[in-house]
Design a protein around this ligand. Sequence first.
Ligand code: FAD
Length: 586
Amino acid sequence: MTINRRKLLAGGAGAGAAALSVAAAQAQSPPGIQWDYDVDIVVVGAGATGLPAAIVARESGARVILVEAESHLGGHAICSGGNLPLGGGTSFQKKWGVTDSPDLIFRDLTDWSVTTANGAADYRYNDREIIRAFADNNVATYDFLVAHGVVLVDKAPDERGGGSVGGSIMREMHCAPVDWPLIQTGKPAKPEDRLKISTGNGLMHPLIAAARKAGVEILTSHKMKSLHRQGQKSGPVIGIAAETNGRMVNIKARKAVVLGTGGSTSNVNFRRMFDPRLTEEYCGVAGTPWSYQDASGELAGMEIGAALWGLANNTGEFGSVITKPGTIGGQYGYVNLRFFPGSEVFDKARATGLPVKDWQDVITVNMLGKRFYDETGPQYQSDNHGVNKNYVQNSYLNAKNMKWNPRNYLNAAMAGIGDGHNGGGPIWAIFDSDAVEREKWDVNPPNTDPANGFFFSADTIGELAQKIKMKYQRVPMPPENLVAEVARYNSFVDSGVDADFGKPKPLYKIAKGPFYAAWATPVLHDTRAGLRINAKCQVMDMNGEVIPGLYCGGESAGGFSLHGLARATCQGFIAGTNAAREPSRA
Ligand SMILES: Cc1cc2nc3c(=O)[nH]c(=O)nc-3n(C[C@H](O)[C@H](O)[C@H](O)COP(=O)(O)OP(=O)(O)OC[C@H]3O[C@@H](n4cnc5c(N)ncnc54)[C@H](O)[C@@H]3O)c2cc1C
């Protein structure tokens, strides 16, 4: 193999410091690898884990390359709500009179007694070693983020959005967008909102700027394909292979590789290891099409012997692993993320979606045109926040005081049509012109996506069923089914009783054409199981041994059931700090 491109990164804080020659690296590597880059640390993924890891490692003096698969940076984190639940006694908490400690976080996140209203246990399966490290590094992570330009909304911490950390006290802060352009619109927030609203733009834009300022070398449109390990299953990880524009490059990491690849939700076969129902039709993963969580970190780790960990956390029926869509009529329907014309990825998102204010305005049917549940039924409980009233740590009363509510809308939607296939198939919201009026929807593109089979309209219900053709609708919808179902539902509106699914007082008939069918299939969100790590975020193998030189954090790491940004930023901070301390493997 010839070397297409060789690049040398300068050491220390900038160019001019001692650099290592690619030829020298070549001589010390297993035969067959031609190195295109030679640094101390390779961080994979420029999201909530990768950016803190890259910055902290670089500021410790390491030469760092940050490799990102997309042409833009920020990962799901920049799409996020910016609700940041870090505590442990931050100066922010102190300012608002909230008393917290690492011990309290640790006890909250390992509390066996916490369950959601459907009986699922949020924290029972957390790995104590990983949670201890998280608890002990919360304050340092908070200080790090603020020192690197993150501006927080100036209001008391709360437990709204993002999943709170435990139930004892308020920990959640909110990242303000300030003047940064929002990836959703391409424009900054309204001036009156810039210090008030919460968004991942406010977390990630400052970190991207800080990484550049610190001298992290950033390679966009470089997708890691595999890890290089010296010796089959014993030696250290010494670099990665990445694909860019159809060619492969090898990047040598003298100290370590840090994986921050964001989890596995976009990889159908991988996600089905946790839940066989999650077949192809769940194609509107939250955070896509900005970036994808295709399990490439997990797969690369597993290929060199890494173990998976804490798998039960990914199937708990709580939190945002699977959600009800918040918008309908387009492929990407996550409730808190809409892409508008002007966004860098609008050509991929294709539609903004119709936000549903009231699920009384539609009926939802499966591929066969049959209703399956009360449309107003909620999704799974989002962690324990808000439901564990009168929470007392480690008390058996926490579960006893919980009001049982199975929240089965999503399970019914994913139950399928009884033909032996896994997965529920597409779910369609069916509604009429009166509903359009009540919801104040403009059903035309770019709010909907008729061109790609995510939205249909017709003058009669029968014609509407016949029009529903798209790649995931693997059986035609029998028009007589939909006609009968709408007629039956309309009779429930007359009687005031939903005799099939107990919807509390069905309110509106579906009677006035034109009629519509909008994509309303459940949306997958975060991953809560991945590679086995230890307290330092070092990846472990199936024998419980550390794989030298390999780190992981965020959604690609396992053992920790917590939604989002706190887990990822904190583990990125831990991984980057420890990776920088590794000896240089010549
Ligand atoms: C719409 C939305 C709202 C959210 N709101 C909140 C919230 O308010 N609060 C909260 O706490 N959490 C929230 N989250 C969750 C939070 O954003 C994620 O949990 C967090 O970003 C995960 O961090 P990560 O580093 O694991 O992955 P990401 O931030 O997704 O970063 C992973 C990066 O790795 C890149 N990558 C993947 N594979 C490769 C590869 N092979 N080679 C190179 N690069 C690769 C991806 O392109 C991506 O840029 C939200 C998520 C979404 C989608």
